[in-house]
Design a protein around this ligand. Sequence first.
Ligand SMILES: [Zn+2]
Length: 503
Amino acid sequence: MTASAQTSFLIRGGRVYDHDGDVHQPAVADLLINNGKIERVAPDIAPGPGVEIIEARGKLVVPGFVNAHYHSHDAMLKGMFEEMPFDIWALHTNAASYGRRSHQEIRLRTLIGAAEMLRNGITTVQDFLTLVPAEEAYLDTILSAYEEAGIRVVVGIAARDRAALDIAPLMAMDLPQSIRDRLTGVSRPAKQELDFIEAQMRRLGMYPRPLMTWAITPSAPQRCSPELLEGLAALSHKHNLPVFTHVYETRPQAAAARVQSSSLLDILNRAGLMNERLNLVHGVWLASSDIAMLAESGARVVHNPISNLKLKSGMAPILDLHDAGIPIALGCDNYSCAETQNIFVAMRMLCLLPAVTAYEPHLINAAYSLRAATLHGAKAVHLDGQVGRLKAGMAADLMILDLNEPAFVPLNSAVRQIVYAEAGRAVETVLVAGRPVVRDGKLVTVDEAALAAEAAELSPGLRREVAALAEKSADLIPPLLEGNRAAWKVVTGLERYVGRKER
Ligand SMILES: [Zn+2]
């Protein structure tokens, strides 16, 4: 039997993390894995014939993470941008501005993201897929790359029929039409967007590949017509699919909604999207009335602490969301605005950021953060009861951490050291659906050195394209910065920056 065909494993003698057990000193147990699932968790399980033993003595077995917000399309653009508020970053990274890409590049960028995620213990990802142009062959290349890497994927094809930058309603009235046109782009028909998504679901079925399911992903309420949102809501309802959408990520988005007297949550509500299938991505500028409405609906928030800070969007109201009983899942967002797919870092930020505005002790601690990264993420992508816990009957999606790594020496609290000390270096073995995809800290499904070589070959061309686009966009930056300042003049009643008061 070859290693890749092996389906029975005994992970022996490790400490097994249990959300409901001793999170500081997890008990030692064995895990018996068969056909992708955890069959038993108990001390001293005798290995039957044909079972491969994975020694885990002195190691910690942890549920795989769910990266509940990610866009794979710009994995090749990591490290290209900084000091750009959201709308300026959007102008520089808009996939439509980069035109048609080769299948080689699309496969490569998908693998680069998948490889880093697996190395960092992320076993499930929600890819909010920007597909430009929307063509079946591109989708197939992406799904095949994910299948090759062996990660679990919840695929959503991003939908929008209004192309304007979010900040457009706040731009100066006297801007030349030529500049205004470049900021508003070209809108697409709602029907075309809906037809493409429906056609892919018909063509590929509800499980497009063995480890893949669908999500519905309207880009944002303000970027979609009511017709498009209603069509997407109907699809979500018909197939019971989770919905992800960017809501109130930035101050200009909140200000534009106020200027236009249109609440983004009301838009979602009218379209039939405010329900327990909904996940609001970012939610930095949710008002208390929005939070109450969200709690009522049963929806969740996906927190992306790194991109929120890198794009200067502000600090999400984590404590208010938690007080309202809204579960928080975690995402790592795009490479072009967050550079890394690392849930260890996101968990740490989730715990630490509330101290920016609150000095009292609170309940967003390490154990909560690890639940957010596993159980809440699982619920967000409709895989609850399947991933996020190491119990019999659950999928064998897990990582094994080496406790001899500095982050865990000495081991005083597994959960606190996972969240506050570890950053991915201790990840030694990763299984997805019972298949080892990382062993000895290296991917076994994809040749990482070959990936690096291929990326090095393509990146100089991309850097030239980025530079050309930046040159072409340079005259738009001053009016965009003006628009940002205009957003600050709109009263929102919300404070998401320390020491920054509305005037
Ligand atoms: Zn996003």
